[in-house]
Design a protein around this ligand. Sequence first.
Ligand code: NDP
Length: 386
Amino acid sequence: MATVLCVLYPDPITGYPPDYARTSLPLLTGYPADRALPTPAGPLGFKPGELLGSVSGALGLRPYLEEHGHRLIVTSDKDGPDCEFERCLPEADIVISQPFWPAYLTRERIARAPKLKLAVTAGIGSDHVDLQAAAEAGITVAEVTGSNCISVAEHVVMMVLALVRNYLPSHEIAVDGGWNIADCVSRSYDVEGMNFGTIGAGRIGLAVLRRLKPFDLRLHYTQRHRLSPEIESELGLTFHPDVRSLVQSVDIVNLQVPLYPSTEHLIDAEMLKAMKRGTYIVNTARAKLVDRDAIVQAMDSGHIAGYAGDVWFPQPAPRDHPWRTMPYNGMTPHIAGTSLSAQARYAAGTLEILQDYFSGKPIREDYLIVEGGGLAGTGARSYKLT
Ligand code: NDP
């Protein structure tokens, strides 16, 4: 019998939903590039479209785990020395957490979890786990690669349009009973013809480029490995050998790289200075890719025209986090990858990982971040320990 400790965000303040805006989800046949959707065995413990990422939804794992004699603890109490997560860690064989409400698995916490063998990220992005410490402790880290890429790509497209067209302040004027068109449009532009650049054109970054192509933007990217000539020509991409070259050339900067030690503060005060006046920044990747206060200063001075993102540090963000109130921000809480559609996929992927783990089968290579004392699978391709 294993103890599975699952940290999820709290239920809605109005209570767990009795029904939903829609009755079903579209049926997908796969991810882009023919990658396979999750393939858990047997029935799912949930109906796709239900709220699974909050405590009462329990990722739909309860029926499977309890039928197989395992103990499932679900909590949202994850921070501070006396939180339920810390109290239960010493008994946990498996920890499950979501990036939206991350249970930070630090070196200190790992030291207090002698039985821990598997840390699953229900979603994508395992930077809330100290990967080096997990590797040293022989813990396997796995995430549901691919599960919410399109969800995030759609969020990015929404944020690009919202910033450039000045949607959010205009919406507020409408809600407040106003009709002052000049206030709305004095910061509103078309994206057509603008230069858009993504730092990272992996699963999400490439999906963003594909979705923006019909808007007739000029598309740029940078990453360590170049995309194929076929993709570059299909999308008319301009490749930049480094981040500085990209940010100097574009009107909209999108961040889509994982966070690891050498990508922390990739966008600092110097890099912001290199951007053109009036650049927009979208960051759905990770907050620590940018220098928090340098962003605030660049926004206050008007050098950056807008910053939209849904990633913060720490999470949940404190009430006085300056990104909540800086001018022309388009922030959301961390929700891009946890639409009801995404939840159905990453809950199914989490179930698949648990089933493989308990039956001694190898976890899908694409899902692995750390295994056998080092980076593995997607982890070896996307992360660095330094
Ligand atoms: P991928 O691994 O598919 O893509 C990441 C890309 O970043 C790769 O193509 C990689 O290319 C590039 N990259 C990595 N390091 C660098 C570097 N130092 N400089 C330039 N490029 C680099 O990941 P995904 O697209 O699936 O996800 C990206 C990130 O998005 C996740 O790690 C996560 O943090 C975030 N995310 C956010 C979500 C949300 O809800 N907001 C949900 C899901 C993910 P190369 O190796 O050639 O450099």
